[in-house]
Unconditional design. Sequence first.
Length: 255
Amino acid sequence: MNNNFSSSSATNEGRTLKSNFRYILPTLVTLMNAIGGLLAIYAVFNGYYMEGVLWIFFGFFADTFDGPIARHLNATSKFGAELDSLCDVITFGIAPFVVLFAMNRISIFISFIYILCALLRLARFGSVQSPPRRHLGLASPMAAIWVVSSIGLSPFFSPQIADIILSIIVFTASILMISTRHYHKILAAASFKLRIIEWVLWLSTGVILIFWWLFAYDDVFIFIIWLISMGYALFLGAPFLKWDDRGAKAFFQKG
């Protein structure tokens, strides 16, 4: 009897550990998102602006994969969704604001518009259900990538022109975040084959980014990231800047 009880207890403990691991892994990936944002802020405070941008990129890739990992492990939860939103506030709201403010490239008013729209976007994410495999409004991670990669446009334009372009991009990204334009979710294609293609593309991009991060800073690479993020923000959502009652209620009604 004792042997059977011990065997049963060990089996139950093994199942518990396996079950806990299902939730721990995506949680750790989500926390890597927050770590990226915190390190970005730390880098900027020490004068390393481009390193701060890179850490935001790191947070973006962590945020891209935590949801698919959780769904694959059947470990989605309300806790995970709330943690994800809190981490997004740090990495894609506060960190880009700190970068923009510290570099003093654009008006502080436009910087405030960005972070306020990011907060509204993330609040709506937790309170308004998006269509299947779609984002309602430009997701804050992609908006942040578009904004911070725009900082790398300086070598291609005069300082005055680059700052004007940056201001326009920050304002446009802010408006797109609080619009009700539908955007395709990354790594959420309808068919299995398309999801595999998306995974391969994103993992390849991640590997390239890591090698670039380790061995060289390249303005052309930043420019490529800017082109990709701009293309997503401007051309992969439809209809353009459409508003509806559901979006307005999410912002202007209590409860």
